[in-house]
Design a protein around this ligand. Structure first.
Ligand SMILES: O=C(O)CCC(=O)C(=O)O
Ligand SMILES: [Fe+2]
Length: 344
């Protein structure tokens, strides 16, 4: 095979333990490198997270999502924060497109201070987490799940360092990184058999703003798609127990584009709601991300430095500017819950 031969890169399923070990087969590492450089998405198995931690969390959050809507409305952020608590969002026709539960990294500002954040940083968490009294075990299960998959995210970053031939410590993810966490619950939509995927999107094409995002998906069809370098889309099949890891824009920045941010989207289908849980991992809030040696181009960089603090503290404003409905923006400004009107 010559260097010019076009190859179809796959989203591989990686045995993480094996890939990180000294016995990792060359073809496994080559598959990781190709996916990281060209697609930015891998699935990992043998990742060290006990299935019980995954299942306990998903069963618990599933019971909350199954509550009557009047009960779930009480779980909206009391201050209208779009990244806390429960919310639904309708499409332009008022049809439910996505339901989300967002969980902040700390329950409140005091917890953030106790974890070592500065008062200014901790103030981000004055928008408190909302935990349902109907499901008292959710908090513990959610944080246990988040902490376990955070470890997986760090190990995948270490694996990328390995396949790029740089020390694992090259990427300064730190021990006290910033993170965000949400659960997506997608409705089943019906379409004519001939509808193109483009017309069935529940979540539009995007790349995450994290270093990496660790995802778990549940459902009965492959709704998640990752984009290949030629622009075509590859489905990410649901494999019990597997976790999906997306490269975010910060890892692309650190590597001056050597690692590609994983562009992804979600199409509708299936006969049961599709659910995914996403943990977005960042370095700590003091970090400014910019291309690192040995990836940085000393003459000219296509990448601007990104302050994690500015990104984290500006995300609500930025989000509302792009997606906010007038009623939602007003609720946020006045510090009260926002509950979208959804056709039923
Ligand atoms: O539901 C999925 O599979 C993807 C979710 C996602 O991309 C996100 O929440 O950023
Ligand atoms: Fe995403």
């Amino acid at each position: 095979m010559t260097a010019e031969t076009p190859v179809t890169v796959q989203i591989p399923v990686i045995d993480l333990e094996l890939a990180l070990s000294d016995d990792a087969p060359d073809d496994l590492l080559a598959a990781v490198r190709a996916a990281a450089e060209q697609i930015g998405i891998v699935q990992v198995v043998n990742h060290g997270v006990p299935q019980e931690i995954i299942d306990d969390f998903h069963r618990s959050v599933g019971r909350v999502l199954a509550l009557p809507r009047e009960e779930k409305e009480k779980l909206a952020s009391p201050t209208g924060h779009p990244y806390r608590g429960w919310r639904q969002w309708p499409d332009d026709f008022g049809r439910l497109e996505l339901e989300r539960i967002n969980i902040g990294q700390y329950d409140n500002a005091d917890d953030a201070l106790a974890a070592g954040l500065t008062p200014e940083q901790a103030d981000l968490f004055s928008h408190v987490n909302v935990w349902p009294e109907q499901e008292p075990g959710l908090r513990e299960r959610a944080f246990r799940y988040r902490d376990a998959v955070t470890e997986v995210g760090h190990r995948v970053v270490a694996l990328y360092a390995k396949v790029l031939g740089v020390p694992a410590a090259t990427f300064p993810l730190g021990d006290n990184g910033y993170s965000t966490f949400l659960v997506n619950d997608y409705p089943t939509w019906t379409h004519t058999d001939t509808a193109a995927d483009q017309e069935k999107l529940l979540l539009l094409e995007h790349a995450d703003g994290s270093v990496v995002t660790v995802l778990h998906q549940e459902g009965d069809y492959a709704g998640l798609q990752g984009q290949r370098p030629d622009g075509s889309w590859q489905s990410v099949p649901i494999l019990p127990g597997a976790l999906q890891v997306f490269t975010g824009s910060l890892l692309a920045n650190w590597t001056e584009g050597r690692l590609r941010p994983g562009r992804h989207r979600v199409v509708s289908g299936g006969t049961v709601t599709r659910r995914s849980s996403a943990v977005f991992l960042y370095p700590d809030l003091d970090t400014v991300v910019e291309p690192l040696p040995p990836f940085a181009d000393p003459d000219e960089s296509d990448f601007e430095p990104v302050s994690v603090w500015e990104q984290a503290s500006g995300n609500v404003q930025e989000y509302l500017q792009v997606f906010g409905r007038p009623e939602q923006v007003a609720a946020w400004r006045e510090g009260r819950p926002y509950i979208a009107e959804v056709a039923r």
